[in-house]
Write a protein that binds this ligand. Structure first.
Ligand SMILES: [Cu+2]
Length: 92
């Protein structure tokens, strides 16, 4: 029973946090032109508050607005349309 209760509590805590953070590792993102284009694309999404790019690690960090969602599928679509691939998506 404990094993079921603990994850549920964690989920509730995460959901009550303001602005979910998503880290996306992007394939093919190599220069500042890439990062600017990707930042622009994600900022067009109404749920996105902030976007930061680390070119060294090919990481795009997306911060969402309070209690907003951004599905993995949408992230993949945005990047694919811009000409990039998704290597990994992690959420905090
Ligand atoms: Cu580039």
């Amino acid at each position: 029973m404990k094993k079921i209760i603990i994850p549920l509590m964690l989920l509730t805590t995460i959901n009550s946090f303001a602005g979910e953070k998503i880290n996306v590792t992007v394939k093919g993102m190599v220069c500042s032109f890439c990062s600017q284009g990707i930042t622009k694309k994600f900022k067009q999404q109404p749920s996105v508050k902030e976007v930061n790019v680390d070119l060294d690690t090919h990481l795009v960090s997306i911060e969402l607005k309070d209690s907003q969602k951004l599905e993995d599928k949408l992230i993949e679509t945005v990047l694919k349309d811009a000409g990039y691939g998704v290597e990994a998506i992690s959420r905090k």
